[in-house]
Design a protein around this ligand. Sequence first.
Ligand code: FAD
Ligand code: FES
Length: 266
Amino acid sequence: MHKDQAARVTHTQGWGAYHLLALNSPEIASKAAPGQFIMVRTSPLYLPLLRRPLSIHAVSGPELHLFFQAVGAGTELLGQAGKGQVLDILGPLGRGFDLSGDLEGRRAALVGGGRGIAPLFFLAHALRQKGAEARVFYGGQSEGDLVLRERFSSAGFAAACSTEDGSSGFHGLVTDLVLRETAEAYAPDRLYACGPDGMLQAVAKLARRLNIPAELSLESIMGCGFGACWGCVHKIRKDGEEAWHKVCEEGPVFPAEAVVWGEEDR
Ligand SMILES: Cc1cc2nc3c(=O)[nH]c(=O)nc-3n(C[C@H](O)[C@H](O)[C@H](O)COP(=O)(O)OP(=O)(O)OC[C@H]3O[C@@H](n4cnc5c(N)ncnc54)[C@H](O)[C@@H]3O)c2cc1C
Ligand code: FES
């Protein structure tokens, strides 16, 4: 983990509540892996006191890219950051997606819901570098949530899209779109997902049904991001035991079968 108090914003782009920021942070960029995150101080003032966790959306040379949705005080402030502004960040943090082993010729389905699409861009590039085929499924409430479509397609990953209100792409949940595709022509041999809990649970079920492995990137409220506060725990099944584990250190990415959601996933 590295602390960079001089991460300069080099580029910004916004679509309503969604924002893309590029930051110059060579040390963190050089160590980042897909699925890891950084903790960002969103204001130089006293409040918000705690840093906010954001996934590493992409790495380009010395730059880190972040993609986020403004949902509260911290992300609203970050969305106002301009080119040249200096941010204080910690990272890279956590355990990302498992890219070990030979992935040549593998078929991966990447499932992102809303802002949960953020880490999948970095992942798609890493899978391609390892010779795997990455197919992206991108879901939102409505068309206005699918702001990264162009970014994916210009990088060579045409995303299959869905909206719950039917304003664009498949009308329904992104997991139903994946289900439809897998029932027709496409047979992935692994799933990766990031998004709201309901979507992650549906992906876990789908993986069980298709009998393929899945990895889920969990969101939890984080105080520190590096294991000190126990603010981020989630129930995880490990060696046959269910216990509370720190999402910031042991995750945020977990194998789907390890994540305990409650009675409904038994
Ligand atoms: C590992 C990790 C990676 C993340 N990556 C991204 C990302 O790439 N892009 C992105 O848009 N968001 C991401 N998030 C979620 C993001 O951290 C929260 O939206 C942000 O911290 C909210 O801060 P705020 O000050 O704007 O809102 P607050 O005012 O703190 O909260 C606003 C609302 O968001 C809820 N909230 C706060 N923190 C979280 C959280 N960590 N997870 C879920 N809900 C939260 C609060 O309960 C409240 O309802 C990630 C979260 C984690 C844990
Ligand atoms: S966020 Fe503090 S222990 Fe995980």
